[in-house]
Ligand binder design. Structure first.
Ligand code: DGJ
Length: 699
C-alpha cells in the first residue's frame, strides 16, 4: 500500500521488510528518496526535505537522483525516455499532473504518478509484491505522432556506498546462466540482447552488493520481464551514486511511432532489496515468481520424457511407442515428442511452418500416439517452433513475405530457417489456426515452444515504421500464447530457445516451465543451475537425465546416480535413448523417479538454500518446505583421500530434532546447523539425496 504525504508529493511504498520512497519537488522534479529497510512516512518526509545540491556548470543536481531521467535539460546520465516529435524536436519537459493509488479491498496497491509534456502523458507505475517492486511506464499521446526512440521501464537508484560489486548471469548456447561477480567501476556497464529474443548471453538480471555473502548482507536485484531485445545499463556515477536503467529494445534507433490516441506500455522491470545475502534475495525472487508470475505455480510439474536426444530427427510412431512404453514403466508422467513429427521435417532443412503431422511417420496423425500414451497413464506433449519457417516449406512457398526481411538484401538463414514476422496480424492468425487446430485435433497436454535462431534481418517492407517489429514481434508472441492458453487452459507450455535462450519474467508469466540448457551433462549443469537459481525457482527449471557417455557435448561418462541427483534439483525429466538402457539401468531409474516424486513438493515449492557452489568439487542444495527438508549433494572428485566436508544445513529450527529418512537416525537442528551433516560421498561423480523430517512432540 502506498502512503502519501499530505501535500501529495511524497510517496512511501512498503513490503514486509523493505520500503521505497520518492518525491516530486516544487520544480516538478521526481527524485528518488529511499530503497532499503522499512522506514516511516515521517522518515520519507525528512528525506524529502533535504535540499538537492546546487546546479553548477559541470554537474547536474539531478543526475543520480531522478526516478526516471528523461532526455533533455540539465542532465547528463543515460536517459530512460527519449522522444522525437515529427518536426524533429527531441526531449521531454514534463509537469507533474497528479497521482492515483489502487488501495482498498480490490486494489493491488499500485501507485501511478502522472506527468505531462504537452499532449504526451507519461505515467510511472509502482506496485509492491511483497518485497519486490514492479515498475513500468505508460506513454499516451493525444497529439500528432511522436517517435519513441527509447522508453525504459525504470531507473533504479542505489544508496550511496563505496565499492559496489555487480553480479550477472552470462553465457552462450549450452553454457547459459553462469554467475560472475566483479567490482563496479566508474562509467557504464551495459548488458542486453540485440537478437530479438532474451538471448543465451545474459539473463535480464543484475544484482548489486558491497559485502554480501550467501546468507548475509544487503543485495539489490533488478530483473526485466521482456522476451525480445533488451538493455540494462548499470552506471557508476561520481559521488558513489549508482543507477540501473533497463527496458525493451537494444539501442536508441527507434522503438515505435506513437500515433494520436495511442498508448505504449513498457514491460515490467522488477526490483528487490534484501538483507538476507544472495540466498535470501534468491528465495524472495523465487517466492515472488511462484506467487505472482508463473501460472499455476502451486501445481507441481510432472516428470517428463523427451525424445530429442534419443531420436534426433529420426522419428516414427513405432519408435515413439517403444520409448513411451519404457518411460511409462519408469514412472514418467508426461511423454513429449520433440522435433521431426510434422511436414517434411526429416532434418533441419525442411518443413518448419507446416504444422501437420508427417503422413509417413504418423499415418493416422498424432491422435493414435497421444491416445496410446494416455493409455499408458502419461500425459502427451509435442514440440513446436511456430515463429520460424524453413524456406523449404509449403508455408514459405506460399508467403515468402511473411518473414522478417530487408528488401533487396540477403535473407540470413541460420539453421536453414527464417524468422516469421509475428507483428503481422495475418501471420499471427495463421499460427493461431494451426496451433489451435493441433491442440483441438489431438489430446495434447503440453507444448514445448522453441525458438532456434536469433533475429537478424528485422525488416518489414510494408510498414511505415519497420523498427517496431522488434517489440511488436514479442507482443505478437505474447498475444498468441495468451490466446492459446485461454482457449486451452489445461495445456502447459514450456519456453525453449535452443536451450535457455528465452528465459525471463515476461515469458515466465505465460509459460509453466523453461528449458534451461541444451547442455545435459550433469556436471556442467550444476554450474548452469547454480546461476539459474540466483533468480528463478526450481519449479520452472527443466532438467533431463540423458545418456552416458554424454552424446551431445563432451562424451563424459557419469553414473546414473549422479545424473539423477543433478537433475532432481529442478523439474525432473528423462531424455536418454531408453531403447538402449539395460534392465538394471531402467530399474535403478525407476527408483530415482519414485524418489523424486516424493521430494518433488519440497524441491518445487520449498525454500532453496545453496549450501555449496559447484566450484570446489562438492556442490549441495537444500530445500525446506514446512517440516520437510531435502538435501541434494554432488561430489565431482575426492582428492588425497580426505574426507568430504560435512554440509552445514540452513533454514532449520535449532531446537527441533530431525529424522533422516534414509538412515532413520535423528539429529538435533542445532547440530545440523553448526556441525553439519556427513553425506558419505566419496570418489568421483558421487551423489546423494538426504531427506529429513522435523519431529513434532507427538511423533
Ligand atoms: C533446441 C532444443 O533446445 C532441443 O531440446 C530440441 O528441441 C531441438 N531444438 C529440436 O530442434
Amino acid at each position: 500500500m502506498a502512503q502519501v504525504s499530505q501535500d501529495g508529493r511524497t510517496w512511501l511504498l512498503s513490503g514486509p521488510a523493505s520500503s521505497y520512497a520518492l518525491h516530486v519537488t516544487d520544480r516538478d522534479e521526481l527524485v528518488h528518496l529511499h530503497w532499503g529497510p522499512r522506514i516511516t512516512p515521517a522518515d520519507a518526509e525528512a528525506l524529502a526535505a533535504r535540499p538537492l545540491p546546487d546546479d553548477w556548470p559541470f554537474e547536474s543536481r539531478l543526475d543520480g537522483r531522478e526516478e526516471y531521467p528523461v532526455e533533455g535539460g540539465p542532465r547528463f546520465v543515460r536517459p530512460a525516455l527519449s522522444v522525437r516529435t515529427v518536426d524533429g524536436r527531441r526531449g521531454t519537459e514534463w509537469a507533474f499532473d497528479g497521482h492515483e493509488t489502487d488501495d482498498g479491498e480490490t486494489g493491488d496497491g499500485e501507485l501511478r504518478l502522472r506527468f505531462r509534456d504537452g499532449e504526451l502523458t507519461v505515467t510511472l507505475h509502482y506496485r509492491m509484491r511483497d518485497d519486490v517492486i514492479e515498475r513500468w511506464v505508460t506513454l499516451h499521446n493525444r497529439g500528432p505522432a511522436v517517435e519513441l526512440l527509447r522508453a525504459d521501464s525504470a531507473t533504479w537508484t542505489l544508496p550511496e556506498r563505496e565499492h559496489w560489486r555487480l553480479s550477472q548471469l552470462h553465457g552462450r548456447w549450452a553454457a547459459e546462466s553462469r554467475l560472475t561477480r566483479s567490482p563496479l567501476t566508474y562509467g557504464e556497464k551495459v548488458i542486453g540482447s540485440r537478437r530479438g529474443h532474451t538471448g543465451h548471453q545474459h539473463l535480464p538480471w543484475v544484482a548489486l552488493d558491497t559485502d554480501a555473502t550467501e546468507e548475509r548482507g544487503e543485495v539489490y536485484g533488478c530483473a526485466l520481464g521482456w522476451s525480445g531485445s533488451w538493455r540494462v545499463c548499470v552506471a557508476q556515477l561520481p559521488d558513489a551514486r549508482v543507477q540501473i536503467t533497463g527496458g525493451a529494445g537494444h539501442d536508441d534507433s527507434g522503438l515505435l511511432m506513437l500515433g494520436t490516441a495511442e498508448t505504449y506500455v513498457t514491460p515490467v522491470f522488477a526490483g528487490l532489496w534484501s538483507d538476507g545475502g544472495f540466498g535470501g534475495a534468491s528465495r524472495a525472487w523465487h517466492a515472488y515468481q511462484r506467487t505472482y508470475v508463473v501460472p499455476d505455480a502451486d501445481r507441481d510439474r510432472p516428470v517428463l520424457f523427451n525424445s530429442w536426444e534419443a531420436t534426433g530427427f529420426d522419428i516414427s510412431e513405432e519408435r515413439q511407442r517403444g520409448l513411451a512404453a519404457r518411460a511409462a514403466e519408469m514412472g514418467v508422467e508426461l511423454f513429449v515428442v520433440d522435433d521431426g513429427w510434422f511436414g517434411a521435417r526429416t532434418s533441419d532443412r525442411a518443413g518448419l511452418g507446416d504444422w501437420t503431422p508427417n503422413p509417413d511417420r504418423f499415418p493416422g496423425g498424432l491422435k493414435p500416439l497421444a491416445d496410446h500414451v494416455h493409455g499408458l497413464g502419461m500425459e502427451f506433449g509435442i514440440w513446436v517452433e511456430p515463429e520460424m519457417v524453413n524456406p523449404d516449406s509449403d508455408l514459405y512457398r506460399a508467403h515468402p513475405d511473411w518473414v522478417q526481411f530487408q528488401p533487396g538484401r540477403r535473407r540470413t538463414e541460420y539453421r536453414n530457417q527464417l524468422v516469421l514476422n509475428l507483428a503481422r496480424d495475418d501471420v499471427r492468425e495463421y499460427l493461431w489456426e494451426q496451433l489451435d487446430g493441433l491442440l483441438s485435433g489431438a489430446p495434447v497436454d503440453y507444448v514445448k515452444w522453441d525458438f532456434n535462431r536469433c533475429s537478424t534481418d528485422a525488416g518489414w517492407p510494408d510498414d511505415p515504421y519497420p523498427q517496431r517489429l522488434w517489440t511488436d514481434h514479442v507482443r505478437g508472441l505474447y498475444a498468441l500464447l495468451d490466446r492459446l492458453r485461454a482457449a486451452h487452459p489445461d495445456v502447459a507450455f514450456e519456453s525453449c530457445s535452443g536451450g535457455g535462450g528465452r528465459i525471463d519474467l515476461g515469458v515466465l508469466s505465460r509459460t509453466d516451465q523453461v528449458w534451461t540448457s541444451d547442455n545435459t551433462d550433469p556436471l556442467d549443469r550444476l554450474t548452469v543451475q547454480h546461476g539459474f537459481s540466483q533468480l528463478h525457482p526450481a519449479r520452472v527449471m527443466a532438467a533431463w537425465v540423458t545418456d552416458s557417455p554424454n552424446a551431445m557435448l563432451n562424451g563424459r561418462v557419469s553414473p546414473l546416480r549422479f545424473r539423477f541427483v543433478s537433475a532432481m534439483a529442478g523439474v525432473l525429466g528423462v531424455g536418454g535413448d531408453l531403447a538402449r538402457w539395460g534392465e538394471e539401468e531402467l530399474a535403478e531409474a525407476r527408483e530415482w523417479v519414485a524418489l523424486y516424486k516424493e521430494i518433488r513438493p519440497v524441491v518445487q515449492r520449498g525454500d532453496l538454500y545453496r549450501l555449496r557452489p559447484p566450484e570446489g568439487g562438492l556442490s549441495a542444495v537444500q530445500y525446506v518446505l514446512g517440516d520437510e527438508t531435502v538435501v541434494l549433494a554432488c561430489l565431482q572428485a575426492q582428492h588425497y583421500g580426505e574426507p568430504v566436508p560435512a554440509l552445514r544445513l540452513r533454514g532449520l529450527d535449532p531446537e527441533a530434532s530431525y529424522e533422516c529418512r534414509e538412515t532413520g537416525e535423528t539429529y538435533r537442528g542445532a547440530l545440523l546447523l553448526h556441525h553439519g551433516l556427513r553425506t558419505g560421498l566419496r570418489g568421483d561423480l558421487d551423489a546423494v539425496v538426504v531427506r529429513l523430517r522435523r519431529l513434532r512432540s507427538d511423533d
